[in-house]
Design a protein around this ligand. Structure first.
Ligand SMILES: *Cc1c(COP(=O)(O)O)cnc(C)c1O
Length: 372
């Protein structure tokens, strides 16, 4: 059997060990210490933002904290991009709030601004004005963030930007994750850089960051004994994990370049196959190409291709099953135009790791060409 080609495996730089060593030498192996402080500053620098970074144990925790800080409560409505990974929406469920799903557009595969506005107007007319919206830069392709910010301003609805898979992506040279009231990134094992598991919340100011850190460390009052006036969470990143993050941040630009070059390789290789399509970036949009995604002519061809790749020990995965189709979420309100249903049927993510060899890429391409 040929070696397994994974969809998006970790890719360490080597520098991580130096920072882990520093954490051990200082005996700061808890969720506190210099690696965390430095990691937060270096991440802010890499996003060229004055927004404040809070290092956390996952992107999901970051979304949960963003919703808590926005005061989302039971029965509140939160607009969510339907075409995403469940982690975008699960925190809405943690709070007992109601997600309202909005479908995508074909330019970016992310939330359709027109449909978003329709959804807001319809919800308002029913007396259910949404309290927040979560938009996603899916697969590293930025959403129509300028249009969405306009809508947020018009209706006074704050935006949580799920940039979990979009570290290094930007729109008109502004980095994804820095536009919304809150931004979220993830360092999960399959992301463009990884800390093994982790995430970060981006806040607009130091006071909000302080509140986020307080909630993320069990909501302790300022007393010598343990005293709590609010429910807290154990969401902070550990100092060791932050060390891994520092080593990974050093190579982020290289990782983005490698993923983008995978995308170009596939595109060139499939030039003659008019039935396979790629998502092109709109003008001014810079995608990190976390995963290279293609669409095939039909569900049947997609499945034929996916199974052929599987047989060759190559991991490929259908595009996200939209949230409005998920058994756990299908009972919630949704505004659907068919775009994400179609992507789910015909779309496939190809192996996209920054450590893929040219031989690996050739192997994937040969198998694809034989089976479409
Ligand atoms: C990975 C991912 C998350 C969750 O991040 P974790 O760090 O795994 O909790 C959320 N949203 C999207 C779009 C993701 O890709």
């Amino acid at each position: 059997m040929k070696n397994k080609i994974l969809l998006s495996p970790p890719h360490m730089s080597g520098a991580e060990l130096t920072y882990i060593q520093q954490a051990f030498e200082a005996n700061w192996v808890a969720p506190k210490g210099a690696q965390i402080d430095d990691f937060e500053q270096e991440l802010a620098a890499c996003l060229t933002t004055l927004n404040k970074v809070v290092a956390l144990n996952s992107g999901t925790s970051a979304i949960h904290l963003a919703l808590l800080l926005l005061g989302i409560k039971k029965e509140d409505r939160v607009l969510c991009q339907s075409f995403t990974f469940a982690a975008t929406v699960n925190p809405v469920g943690y709070l007992g709030a109601t997600p309202v799903f909005v479908d995508s557009e074909t330019d970016t595969w992310n939330v359709c601004p027109m449909l978003l506005e329709e959804a807001i107007q319809d919800q308002i007319s029913k007396g259910n004005k949404p309290k927040a919206m979560i938009v996603v830069h899916g697969y590293g392709m930025p959403c129509k963030i300028h249009e969405i910010l306009e809508i947020g301003l018009t209706y006074n609805i704050p935006i949580v930007e799920d940039a979990a898979s979009a570290l290094g992506s930007s729109v008109d040279n502004q980095k994804c994750g820095t536009f919304g009231e809150f931004g979220v990134v993830s360092f999960n094992g399959n992301k463009i850089i990884t800390t093994s598991g982790g995430g970060a919340l981006l806040c607009k100011d130091a006071a909000t960051k302080q509140k986020a850190v307080y909630l993320a460390t069990q909501a302790r009052d300022n007393k010598p004994h343990y005293q709590h006036s609010e429910i807290g969470y154990n969401y902070r990143m550990s100092n060791i994990i932050a060390g891994i993050g520092r080593g990974q941040l050093e190579v982020l630009d290289e990782r983005v370049a490698a993923r983008r070059s995978n995308f170009e390789f596939y595109k060139n290789s499939f030039k003659g196959i008019s039935t396979l399509e790629f998502l092109e970036a709109p003008t001014g949009y810079y995608a990190n190409r976390w995963l290279t995604c293609i669409t095939t002519p039909s569900y049947e061809i997609r499945e034929q291709l996916r199974l052929a790749l599987e047989k060759e020990n190559i991991e490929a995965r259908p595009l996200w099953k939209p949230m409005h189709q998920q058994p756990i979420f299908e009972k919630y309100p949704s505004y659907i135009n068919g775009v994400s249903d179609d992507l789910f049927e015909r779309g496939l993510c190809l192996p996209s790791g920054s450590n893929l060899s040219e031989a690996d890429l050739q192997r994937v391409c040969a198998c694809v060409k034989k089976n479409v």
